[in-house]
Design a protein around this ligand. Structure first.
Ligand code: ADP
Ligand code: MG
Ligand code: MG
Ligand code: MG
Ligand code: MG
Length: 759
């Protein structure tokens, strides 16, 4: 892939002996961060998005769409361009980075967006520019699709078996003749030593050894390969009771078969690719100081499930329509490295050392709030690394943050490099980031990295700055941005011109990183318009949270408070996965999200008291009511955001109209006026003439679906679908009106209607 190796990743057996010292060093590093950065103030409220996508090959002859395994080659070219641009002292429009799958790419803006409302108008043009940037490097039949799951990843060649009427369920079956249908280009039918998957060859994994090591080490730490199962969608002809399989046989005697107790009615998956091989949309916000970051984090937590449901885009798994619409729980299961003892399935031996019993995978929902006044909502028992908590508190780290970090530090580091075991704890945050970046939660609290010992005049090379962390997330990309980069001219982004007053402000888009929080639950959408709408929505939500909203009648500023017992946020996340959750589910949410003045924060809890009292929980529950996503998003939050925008002012009518259109999209998705990507995909499949109402998404259906998404997402591929022949064959029309109403194609609008200044 052209990336330099950072070192030799250690196999699990070699990594285990180092875990404790890495944790100890990581703790020292994060304590040093708190010592050096707790007093930081007035950092600009910069922010940015991350979009993940997959390469898809359209095979017109074979009528099949396959994952293209060329992402590394494409990335090499994009990063060479990045290096060229940086060498001339300019900032690239976008940064492209590797991701878990060999077919995946991640992109972010070349530098973060500025803090002003008008900077929100840069988002969609930047996203459009990214698609243009990559299009020059793709082959004629290759597409970059921003889809959450690739529908036929791991699908069987001869699917849909069922149990005979009245037969006893024999459990999962394996058959020598069972095969996985080719779903990559080129196809690699062999099984792999890293994942041991029945369905997903190791060739799906990014070629950098760290990703393979991560896969193998999770499996080895767990003591078995991972198990992902989702309920199948029962359509009118779905064989019932549904028994997925029979599955192909693998050469891994210990670990080859699916669990014998896998219930009927489930789609079974067995490797990291079924989770980490999916795509999402994330947004990261810098707060002006640590207190603001804590507030932002806490207030955003309750919105993570609801917004996931509104962005739902994942209705097909391993070639079947599923009874769920979202990806989160599958990713959790795909990297669940807990042992049977940690999962509470087996006791620790009475005569040996006790260990943790841990409720969730290291990819999970947030377990605790961070503000002291949030303690009364922390009703989930936190499993903590007690010595770590003591060290953190002794060093002056605020108790709720110490508990949060001590909870992260119950996990082992998964990928270690032999050459990088010893770090300078005063200048590196690598070991901390190793733990942090493999605790994947719905929100992430991102402390500033320690300043590396890089001379200020040296800009890190592209190769170094592009080094993925063990997971493709975290420290390396952050560090590259954190390294002092001075005197760069403004980004060469094709962005609307800002007025004088704004461009002269003294914030630096590439300054050292401050305290940030990341919103991580959103599913990625087909188009730049939709991705921009969701990203901008979270940015406006952030502003609403930190600034409050001026009441038009009284002129006083009022603040929002969305907090609720954290166990109910978890319950909401479960509900958010369900098919059509925006239409059919209700979510726990505050009856009234506006607070005037002091909201009666709880007495400072002692550090031992990590659980809200029953009285606290009862009082907090009294504030809540079960509500639809439409009521929460369209009727509560968006009106507040509009008030915020009204009060902020400073936008030309067409600029405000652009933002209003984003809000309309999110409101329409939440209330069911528009379809989620998931609902749209499901309808497309069910309306396809080759669909047999049996939940099975064939190669042919998938091919047409991928062509349709390609046509929707990129104006230059509008001819992909539907062709006159498609329509003659009775294939469904594009029906984009259901996605966002009758306005013209948003992608084209973003490109061809440049925004003008208010004056
Ligand atoms: P990770 O994968 O660890 O979440 P990335 O580097 O891929 O991090 O993405 C981080 C996002 O944060 C990008 O959109 C980037 O533009 C944005 N960003 C970079 N610097 C800042 C900053 N100082 N404040 C806020 N956001 C930033
Ligand atoms: Mg990513
Ligand atoms: Mg991220
Ligand atoms: Mg990632
Ligand atoms: Mg990233």
């Amino acid at each position: 892939m052209g990336l330099l190796s950072q070192g030799t990743p250690l196999d699990w057996a070699d990594a285990v002996p180092h875990a404790e010292s890495i944790r100890a060093d990581g703790l020292t590093q994060v304590i040093n961060v708190f010592k050096s950065a707790s007093a930081r103030k007035n950092d600009p409220r910069l922010w940015g998005d991350e979009i993940e996508g997959v390469l898809v090959n359209l095979d017109e002859q074979g009528k099949a769409a396959r994952l293209g395994l060329r992402a590394g080659r494409v990335l090499d070219k994009l990063m060479a361009e990045e290096e060229d641009i940086k060498a001339t002292g300019r900032t690239p429009v976008a940064l492209w980075r590797p991701e878990y799958g060999r077919y995946m790419l991640e992109c972010t803006p070349g530098s973060p967006y500025g803090p002003h409302v008008k900077d929100l108008l840069q988002v969609e043009p930047n996203m459009v520019a990214r698609r243009e940037m990559i299009s020059g490097h793709l082959r004629p039949n290759e597409r970059l699709l921003t889809i959450t799951t690739f529908p036929r990843l791991g699908a069987l060649a001869a699917p849909v078996s069922s149990l005979a009427e009245g037969a006893v369920d024999p459990g999962p079956q394996m058959a020598p003749e069972a095969e996985v249908a080719p779903f990559t280009e080129p196809w690699h039918p062999q099984h792999g030593d890293a994942a041991h998957s029945l369905f997903a060859p190791d060739e799906l994994i990014n070629t950098h050894p760290r990703f393979r090591t991560l896969t193998a080490n999770i499996r080895q730490r767990r003591g078995a390969k991972v198990c992902v199962a989702v309920p199948v969608f029962r359509d009118t002809n779905t064989p019932w009771p549904f028994r997925d399989g029979p599955y192909p046989v693998t050469p891994h005697p210990v670990d080859g078969a699916p669990p014998a107790d896998l219930p009927a009615g489930q789609i079974y998956m067995d490797s990291m690719c079924f989770g980490m091989g999916n795509c999402c949309l994330q947004t990261t916000f810098q707060a002006s100081c640590i207190a603001e970051a804590r507030r932002l984090y806490d207030q955003m937590i309750p919105l993570t499930p609801v917004l996931m449901a509104v962005s739902a885009a994942a209705p097909i798994w391993r070639g079947y329509l599923a009874d769920i619409d979202c990806r989160w729980n599958q990713i959790s299961a795909s990297v669940d490295d807990r042992t049977r003892r940690e999962r509470g399935l087996e006791p620790y031996p009475a005569d040996g050392p006790a260990g943790y019993v841990i409720g969730k995978s290291r990819y999970g929902s947030v377990d605790s709030y961070l503000e002291a006044s949030s303690d009364r909502f922390n009703d989930l028992p936190l499993v903590m690394n007690e010595p770590a908590r003591e060290r953190l508190e002794a060093a002056g780290v605020p108790a709720p943050i110490a508990r949060h970090l001590a909870h992260l530090f119950i996990r082992d580091p998964l990928v270690l490099y032999r050459e990088l075991l010893v770090q300078d704890n005063a200048h590196s945050t690598d070991h901390f980031e190793n733990i942090q970046s493999t605790n994947w939660q719905t929100m992430r609290f991102k402390p500033p990295p320690l300043a590396p010992l890089t001379p200020p005049s040296i800009v890190p090379s592209v190769a170094a700055s592009a080094m993925p962390s063990p997971t493709g997330e975290g420290p390396s990309s952050g560090e590259a941005i954190a390294a002092p980069v001075v005197n760069l001219p403004p980004p060469t982004v094709d962005a609307p011109k800002q007025d004088q007053q704004e461009t002269e402000e003294d914030y630096c888009l590439e300054g050292p990183l401050g305290w940030r929080v990341e919103f991580r639950s959103l599913e990625v959408q087909f188009t730049e318009f939709e991705n921009a709408a969701f990203a901008v929505f979270t940015a406006l939500l952030a502003r609403l949270i930190v600034e409050g909203v001026r009441c038009p009648t009284t002129g006083t500023t009022r603040h929002v408070d969305f907090r609720m017992p954290i166990t109910l946020v978890d319950e909401n996340l479960e509900r958010a996965h369900r098919r059509g959750a925006v239409l059919t589910e209700k979510f726990h949410f505050r009856r009234d999200s506006i607070v005037d003045g002091d909201d009666g924060g709880s007495q400072a809890a002692t550090s031992e008291d990590v659980r809200a009292s029953p009285e606290d929980v009862a009082a907090a529950r009294d504030l809540l009511e079960e509500q639809s996503a439409g009521r929460i998003v369209a009727e509560t939050i968006i009106p507040l955001i509009r008030q915020y925008l009204d009060a902020a002012g400073g936008l030309a009518p067409e600029q405000r109209a652009t933002l209003d259109r984003y809000l309309d999209l999110v409101a329409g998705r939440a209330s069911g006026r528009y379809q989620t990507n998931a609902a749209w995909i499901r309808d497309f499949v069910r309306a396809h003439p080759a669909y047999k109402q049996d939940s099975h998404v064939s190669d042919e259906i998938n091919f047409d679906l991928m062509r349709a998404i390609s046509a929707i997402s990129s104006p230059s591929h509008a001819a992909d679908y539907p062709t006159p022949a498609d329509l003659a064959a009775g294939l469904p029309a594009l029906n984009t009106e259901r996605l966002w109403g009758s306005l013209p194609r948003p992608v084209a609008a973003a490109r061809f209607a440049p925004l003008s200044d208010p004056e």
